[in-house]
Design a protein around this ligand. Structure first.
Ligand code: FES
Ligand code: FES
Length: 160
């Protein structure tokens, strides 16, 4: 039997520790052990972006990150985005622009968009489209998603 690994990390601003198999993915641990089911399993091989989370400020496909790799690091999932009283502007604008249908891609898209706005608060439409190219959506046709990200960027800029 494989020896389990003890991992200490921070998730959504909280100290968290868990035991996992050395080959287990971060996505598996988030969903199955920590009950953070916002990150979705689509392809499980790095192609769809449904599992996107932020690791030390960079977006990653959590299906491709080994859970032991987050030792001592900072993970943000969709569950960590909203404040106590308000949705994050991206969440708000996805709702207002009806930028989702089945919703499977939505947490990943929002986390990827957050990664973009964190480093580029006023992206062009082309920059948004390029940045989100790794996040697949089978339902919306993408336009509403792009509009939602643009509106969120404007809302965030207006707050500063
Ligand atoms: S489930 Fe991770 S990229 Fe598709
Ligand atoms: S809303 Fe269904 S896959 Fe994007």
């Amino acid at each position: 039997m494989t020896k389990r690994v003890h991992v200490e990390t921070r998730i959504n601003g909280r100290e968290v520790d868990f035991l996992c198999e050395p080959g287990q993915s971060l996505l598996e641990v988030l969903r199955d052990q920590l009950h953070l089911t916002g990150a979705k399993e689509g392809c499980n091989n790095g192609n769809c972006g449904a599992c996107t989370v932020i690791l030390d400020g960079r977006i990653v496909d959590s299906c491709l990150v080994l859970a032991p790799e987050v030792e001592g690091r900072e993970v943000t999932t969709i569950e960590g985005l909203a404040g106590p009283e308000h949705l994050h502007p991206l969440q708000q604008q996805f709702l207002e622009h009806a930028a989702l249908q089945c919703g499977i891609c939505t947490p990943g898209l929002i986390m990827a968009a957050k990664g973009l706005l964190d480093q580029n608060p006023a992206p062009t439409e082309e920059e948004i489209r390029l940045w989100l190219a790794g996040n697949l959506c089978r339902c919306t046709g993408y336009d509403k998603i792009i509009r939602a990200v643009q509106a969120a960027a404007q809302q965030m800029e207006a707050r500063v």
